[in-house]
Design a protein around this ligand. Structure first.
Ligand code: HEC
Length: 130
C-alpha cells in the first residue's frame, strides 16, 4: 500500500517536473509537514496569488525572498538577498528574527530540525504543484 502510494507520488511529481529534491518524498514526511503547516496556515496559503496576512508560499524553491507579486513585504525581507532553498528556509524558520532582523512575520520559529525538514518538504512539494 505504502509503496503503491509512493509510486503514485513519484509518477505524479515526474509528470509535473518537480525539482529533484522532492522526488519520492515520503508519505509520512509529507503528512508530518502538513501537520506543521497548521502553524502557518492562518497567514499563508499555497495557492498562487492568494495572499493572507503573509504572502502565498507557492514556488519558493530558487525564488528571491520578498519577490511574490502582489504582496507588500518589509524592506528587511526584500533586501535580505536570500534565495529560498531547503537550507535557507530552514535557517529562516528556525528563528525568523535572527535570520532576517526587522522582518515583520509574527512567528517565533520552529526549533526542532525534524519538524522544519518535514514542513519544508511539504511546502516545496505542494507549493510546486499549483
Ligand atoms: C502571524 C502571521 C504569520 C505566521 C503564523 C507565519 N507567517 Fe510567514 N510571513 C508572514 C508575513 C507577514 C511575511 C512577510 C514578512 C516581511 O515582509 O517581513 C511572511 C513571510 C514568510 C516567508 C517569506 C516568503 C517570501 O515570499 O519571500 C516564508 C518562507 C514564510 N513566511 C514561511 C512561513 C512558515 C513556513 C510559517 C509556519 C511555520 C509561517 N511563515 C508563519 C506572516 C506569518
Amino acid at each position: 500500500m505504502k509503496i503503491k502510494r509512493l509510486a503514485i507520488l513519484f509518477g505524479f511529481s515526474t509528470a509535473l517536473s518537480l525539482p529533484p529534491a522532492v522526488y519520492g518524498a515520503d508519505d509520512s514526511v509529507l503528512r508530518a509537514g502538513e501537520k506543521q503547516f497548521s502553524k502557518c496556515a492562518a497567514c499563508h496559503s499555497l495557492d498562487t496569488d492568494m495572499h493572507l496576512a503573509g504572502p502565498s508560499l507557492v514556488r519558493l524553491a530558487g525564488r528571491k525572498a520578498g519577490s511574490q507579486p502582489g504582496f507588500t513585504y518589509s524592506f528587511a525581507l526584500e533586501e535580505s538577498g536570500i534565495v529560498w532553498t531547503q537550507k535557507t528556509l530552514s535557517q529562516f524558520l528556525e528563528n525568523p528574527q535572527r535570520a532576517v532582523p526587522g522582518n515583520v512575520m509574527a512567528f517565533g520559529g520552529l526549533r526542532k530540525a525534524a519538524q522544519r525538514e518535514a514542513l519544508i518538504t511539504y511546502l516545496l512539494d505542494r507549493g510546486s504543484t499549483r
